[in-house]
Design a protein around this ligand. Structure first.
Ligand code: HXC
Length: 257
């Protein structure tokens, strides 16, 4: 049983994971990251899980890596840091993740949120990479994913000043796709996750992979990948079902084949 997470579901295909270390504003210590990685490994193999929602508390999604724990690791300790393995597990997870973000979303917390496919934020959420204030820098993708999400100008300002941005600014910059009243953030994220969970799983998986390609390849390679993936889906039962359901004017029922 996880100690630092509250896991619910899957319900209607959605697994809900709530970060729960209230005494430290959900700072990501090794134990929490290990529990998150283990939960995702189990979710990866569970066909009932189609999408995952990750959320924190009303006050904080996560205030970063655990600074107390980080202080105990020197250079060699950092090189052998087991947290790196857990981050890799999170990166490799192949089902859509929706982050529902309220309050502080800082440092490693912001980096975790950026591992999500879709970010939905409460209007008082604050996104930032304050590592520079500690004499360090982002280490779980903060420089790379933030540039891709908000562009070089704003990412540079955030990483070099350490100053956070508001949810509204994050929406304008493209880091989040929607903002909601804070009381409704999780509900809205679950609704989006349920919508995706009802689609054909193989189509979701390949569309997601193609979207990821847009971030790390040139246009021609990305377009080739898209075409291959599109063609591959022609061999699925779910495509047949989707097209028949449209023609028969009824809702489609997809089963992942
Ligand atoms: C450990 C933390 C923490 C953190 C907060 N706490 N953030 N503990 N690691 N990252 C603890 C505080 O010590 C305190 O516990 C309790 O949570 C409440 O925090 P307060 O500071 O009292 O709350 P508040 O005054 O409201 O200020 C909130 C805050 C501030 C602005 C978010 O806590 C803050 O600046 N936190 C650090 C943010 C940060 O620098 N993050 C980046 C970390 S480096 P006690 O017991 O003391 O009362 C990082 C690198 C990633 O993320 C690298 C990945 C590989």
């Amino acid at each position: 049983m996880p100690n630092h997470l509250i896991v619910e579901g899957p319900q209607l295909g959605v697994l809900s994971i709530k970060l729960h270390r209230p005494e430290a504003l959900n700072a990501l210590n090794t134990a929490l990251l290990a529990e998150l990685a283990d939960t995702l490994i189990a979710a990866q193999d569970d066909a009932e899980v189609r999408t995952v929602v990750i959320t924190g508390s009303r006050r904080a999604f996560a205030a970063g890596a655990d600074i107390k724990e980080m202080a105990e690791r020197d250079l060699v300790g950092m090189l052998e840091d087991p947290r790196q393995r857990h981050w890799s597990t999170i990166t490799r997870f192949s089902k859509p993740i929706i982050a529902a973000v309220n309050g502080f979303c800082l440092g490693g917390g912001c980096e975790l949120a950026m591992h999500a496919d879709i970010l939905i934020a409460g209007e008082d959420a604050r996104f930032g990479q304050p590592e520079i204030n500690l004499g360090i820098m982002p280490g779980a993708g903060g420089t790379q994913r933030l540039v891709r999400a908000v562009g070089k100008a704003l990412a540079t300002q955030m990483v070099l000043t350490g100053e956070p941005i508001s949810a509204r600014r994050a929406l304008e910059a493209g880091l989040v796709s929607e903002i909601t009243q804070p009381e409704l953030t999780v509900e809205r994220a679950i609704a989006v996750a349920e919508t995706i969970a009802a689609k054909a799983p193989l189509a979701v998986r390949l569309a997601r992979e193609a979207l990821h390609k847009a971030e790390d390849t040139d246009l021609a390679t990305g377009l080739r990948f898209e075409r291959h993936a599109f063609t591959l889906l022609a061999g699925t039962k779910d495509r047949e079902e989707g097209i028949h359901a449209f023609q028969e004017k009824r809702p489609a029922t997809f089963n992942g084949h």
